[in-house]
Design a binder for this molecule. Structure first.
Ligand SMILES: Cc1ncc(COP(=O)(O)O)c(C=O)c1O
Length: 469
C-alpha cells in the first residue's frame, strides 16, 4: 500500500464514507502527492485498514475510475492514471509576476491606511440578510432556469439611472446602463466595444495601475499625461498625442491626487474628443463619496457630443467583495454594448443585482453614503491632526491623505516595512508611469483609519519614516 495515502474518516459527517474516501484519494492525486502510476491498495486491504465494508471502497474506486483518475489492471492492480504534465505537482505555486505582485500589495489587507476599500462594516451580510428575508433568492434566479439578461437586471439598471440623475447630474435611460462586475469589468466591456487596438490612449500620470495595464493588454499605446492642480493637463495631451483615440480619466477625484477636473479642462477635453472623434472613459470610482464641498457633476453630464463612457462601481460605497458596477453607454452604442455583454461580458448573478436594487430603492444606499462621508471626514480630520503635530507636509487627496516625503525618499521600501507592521500606506512613486516624474510620498487611506488606532499607528509610521529620511 502507498504510504502517502492518508485517509481519515469522519463517521459523524453528513458526507458518505464512500465520498470521503473518493475525495481524499482525488485530492492526493490532484496535489501530486500520489503520482501517476502509483499503485493503490486493493479493496480488501483498504477496507480492512479503514474498518469499512469492501463495497464502500469499491464504490469509491468506481467513481474515481469513471472520472479517469485511476485505472485498474488485471495483474497490476489499481494505479493512478496518467495526468497532464502541467497538472503535477500543483502545490508548488508559481511566483506572481510584477503586475500581480503590485496588485496583491494594493489589494491585500485589510490593514490600517489601506486605500480603496470602505470602512470595516459588515454591510454585504446585512444586504444579503435583507435579500433573503425579502425572498429575493427565490425571485432572483437561483431557482430560475432561464438565462438572465446579460445587460443586467432591469430593476437595477432603472435604480442606477435614477440614482445617477440625482447624485451625479447624469441623465440617462435605464437601457444605457449595463451592469458589470465592478470598474475593471466595465472597462473591459467598453474597450471591447470600442476596439481601438494599436491606437494611442491618454492616461493620467500619476494614475491607476490597473487602468494602464488593461489598456496595454488590449493593445493600446499609452500616453501618460501629467496631472496638476486642475486635473489632467489636456493641453499637454493635445501637444504630444492629439491623434489619440481615447482618454481614461478620473474627473471627480483624481486617483491618487484627489483633485477635481476643472470646468475649463472638462470643456477642453470634451471639445478635443468631439473634434477628433476620440472617446473618453470616465472612471467615477468614488461617485458622490467626496468629503469636502459638493461633488462636481459627472463629466458625462456635460457631454453633448456623445463621446463619454461613464463607469461607476459599488466597490467604495458598498464593498469590493460585491463585485458590482455599471457602465453608462452613449445612446448610439447601446446595441454594440449589448452584443459584447451577451457574448463576452455578461452581468453578474441576478440575486446580487436585485439585492442591490432594493437597497438603493429603499433609501439605504443614500443613507450609507452619507454615513460613510461623516465617518471618513472625522477619521480624515483626526489623521490630519496627527500630521499637523509632526509638522509634516501633507495634502488632502480625496479619500486619502498624501504624506509627502523628501524627493528621492524610498517610499516603496517604507511602505513595505510598514506592511510588516500591519499598516498599508501606498507609495506615491508607484502610481507614476514616467519614472522621471515620480514624487515620493505615502498615500494614507482614510476609510480604513479608525480614530482610536490613529495615534499609535501614526507614531509607528513617523518613527519608520525617520529611519529613512
Ligand atoms: C482609480 C480606481 N478606479 C476604479 C476602482 C474600482 O475598481 P473595482 O470596481 O474594479 O473594484 C479603484 C479601486 O481601487 C480605483 O482606485
Amino acid at each position: 500500500m502507498n504510504s502517502d495515502l492518508k485517509i481519515r474518516l469522519d463517521r459523524t459527517s453528513k458526507m458518505s464514507l464512500t465520498e470521503q474516501i473518493r475525495t481524499s484519494i482525488s485530492r492526493a492525486i490532484e496535489s501530486g502527492t500520489l503520482a501517476p502510476g502509483t499503485r493503490l491498495p486493493s479493496w480488501l486491504d483498504l477496507s480492512a485498514q479503514l474498518g469499512v465494508s469492501r463495497g464502500t471502497v469499491q464504490a469509491a474506486y468506481d467513481r474515481l475510475s469513471d472520472a479517469q483518475m485511476i485505472e485498474t489492471f488485471r495483474a497490476g492492480g489499481t494505479r493512478v492514471a496518467p495526468r497532464p504534465r502541467a497538472a503535477t505537482p500543483r502545490h508548488e505555486a508559481p511566483e506572481p509576476g510584477m503586475f500581480m505582485k503590485a496588485y496583491d500589495e494594493m489589494h491585500g489587507g485589510p490593514n490600517i491606511f489601506q486605500l480603496g476599500i470602505p470602512a470595516y462594516e459588515g454591510l454585504p451580510e446585512k444586504l444579503f440578510a435583507r435579500a433573503r428575508s425579502s425572498n429575493l433568492l427565490k425571485a432572483g434566479g437561483l431557482s430560475s432556469l432561464l438565462h438572465p439578461d446579460p445587460r443586467g437586471e432591469f430593476e437595477l439598471r432603472r435604480e442606477v439611472a435614477g440614482y445617477l440623475s440625482i447624485a451625479r447630474n447624469l441623465h440617462c435611460y435605464p437601457e444605457q446602463v449595463f451592469i458589470t462586475a465592478g470598474y475593471s469589468s466595465g472597462l473591459g466591456l467598453a474597450l471591447r466595444v470600442l476596439g481601438l487596438d494599436g491606437k494611442q490612449a491618454w492616461v493620467e500620470d500619476p494614475g491607476f495601475l490597473v487602468t494602464r495595464k488593461a489598456l496595454e493588454l488590449t493593445r493600446l499605446n499609452i500616453v501618460p499625461v501629467p496631472v496638476d492642480a486642475e486635473g489632467i493637463d489636456v493641453e499637454y495631451g493635445m501637444d504630444h498625442a492629439a491623434d489619440a483615440a481615447l482618454a481614461v480619466v478620473t474627473p471627480g477625484q483624481q486617483a491618487p491626487l484627489g483633485v477635481t477636473l476643472s470646468l475649463r479642462r472638462r470643456l477642453q477635453l470634451l471639445e478635443w474628443a468631439t473634434a477628433r472623434s476620440a472617446w473618453i472613459i470616465e472612471d467615477d470610482y468614488l461617485g458622490e463619496l467626496q468629503l469636502d464641498g459638493r461633488p462636481a457633476p459627472a463629466l458625462a453630464s456635460l457631454d453633448e457630443g456623445n463621446r463619454v463612457i461613464h463607469i461607476g462601481s459599488f466597490s467604495k460605497t458598498i464593498s469590493p467583495a460585491l463585485r458590482l458596477g455599471f457602465v453608462v453607454a452613449p445612446e448610439e452604442l447601446i446595441d454594440e454594448f449589448s452584443v459584447v455583454a451577451a457574448t463576452l461580458a455578461p452581468a453578474p448573478a441576478p440575486v446580487i443585482q436585485l439585492a442591490t436594487a432594493h437597497f438603493i430603492r429603499d433609501g439605504h444606499y443614500i443613507r450609507r453614503v452619507r454615513r460613510l462621508r461623516r465617518l471618513y471626514t472625522a477619521q480624515r480630520d483626526a489623521l490630519c491632526a496627527q500630521l499637523r503635530m509632526r509638522d509634516a507636509e501633507w495634502i488632502n487627496a480625496g479619500l486619502t491623505v498624501l504624506f509627502r516625503l523628501p524627493d528621492g525618499a524610498p517610499d516603496a521600501q517604507i511602505a513595505r516595512e510598514a506592511r510588516a507592521m500591519g499598516m498599508a500606506p501606498s507609495p506615491l512613486s508607484k502610481w507614476f508611469a514616467t519614472p522621471s516624474r515620480a514624487l515620493s510620498g505615502l498615500l494614507l487611506g482614510v476609510s480604513t483609519a479608525p480614530v482610536p488606532r490613529l495615534e499609535t499607528s501614526c507614531r509607528l509610521l513617523f518613527e519608520l519614516v525617520d529611519r529613512f529620511c
